[in-house]
Design a protein around this ligand. Sequence first.
Ligand SMILES: NC(=O)c1ccc[n+]([C@@H]2O[C@H](COP(=O)([O-])OP(=O)(O)OC[C@H]3O[C@@H](n4cnc5c(N)ncnc54)[C@H](O)[C@@H]3O)[C@@H](O)[C@H]2O)c1
Length: 352
Amino acid sequence: MKKTKVAVIGCGAIARSQHIPNYAKNPQAEIKYLVDVIPERAKELAEKYNVPYAITDYREILDDEEVTAVSVCTPNNTHAPITIDCLNAGKNVLCEKPAALNHEQVLQMKEAADKNGKILNIGVVNRFNTAVNKIKEMIDNGELGKIYHIYCSFRAHRSIPGLGGQFTTKAISGGGVLIDWGVHFLDLIFYCIGSPKVLTVSGGISGELGKDMKNYAYINMWAGPPDYNGTYDVEDFVSGYIRTEGPSISLNGAWAQNIGESAMFIEFLGDKAGIKLQYGGDFKVYTAKNGVLYEIIPSFQKADMFYEEIDSFLKSAATGVKTRANIDNVLTVSLVMDALYKSAELGREVVL
Ligand SMILES: NC(=O)c1ccc[n+]([C@@H]2O[C@H](COP(=O)([O-])OP(=O)(O)OC[C@H]3O[C@@H](n4cnc5c(N)ncnc54)[C@H](O)[C@@H]3O)[C@@H](O)[C@H]2O)c1
């Protein structure tokens, strides 16, 4: 089969660790362009992966008809404009998470994909995680019975990224721990339970730990070092309660907290069985039969979720067939995140 010619826009952390190596090892793909506004970033990776073009302006790829698939790996505020430009130029796009700054932008991206008849996938990589898919299968088969509640926790002791930089500047990121980490947890949950209609949303946020930037104590900082002249106007804590036509969902997230343990997990509570999934890891099933309580630890082979995400995008781009990471399947989460922020701002529940 003819190889798909690819461009990767943004050559920072996620492009370098996942997109570029996974295209490079996929027999179906050939990377033609690496793009970054910082020229050395694209150039260094182009040399490493033998990519012919390292450029700084993504608009140069728009007229190259050979390129049919593009990864957008730039900061959140550029996702919508770059993705829409690429779709309008007839490219298929895999855009990193969060899809955009807000739900309105996400709808504009979907509209551009529909209008141009192109594939738009979002980097909802947990949909390619083997443990997540085993849980989805168990839920679909009714093994948990009626699921009445899902609780998720994405809390860390000290993990505010790049204080003062793109992740803590709302105009660039769209928000803090909710849009950066919560988006993965909410997507995983809605994927597993089949996206029931959302009825009401109640949220609370605060940004107390990072706001006094110089006095924020930490040991390591990802996406650092801190820029004390930069901006910190996002939440480092979020809690929320979501009612749906199916199970209710509660969440508790923190980039930083004054509790010295991280808690990254999702609990699916059903009347026949419950599951606790350690985020990115294994899961345990709790059930009861004939008066006996069981705790089951399943073991299975695990796929490389980032390789699968990219492979699935390449297949979609080649065939035009939409798959689980398509924009059509991820609209609920941006709607819910907008509503959580809105509820926090209004100080009351939001009815959708
Ligand atoms: N799926 C995941 O688990 C995951 C993990 C990390 C990051 N991400 C997402 O990936 C995106 C990038 O995050 P990152 O950690 O790689 O950030 P990063 O800052 O390391 O990389 C972003 C790169 O984009 C470049 N850039 C900025 N504007 C550009 C433009 N207009 N054209 C070309 N290049 C441009 C920057 O110079 C930088 O090199 C974010 O949206 C983030 O949320 C997803």
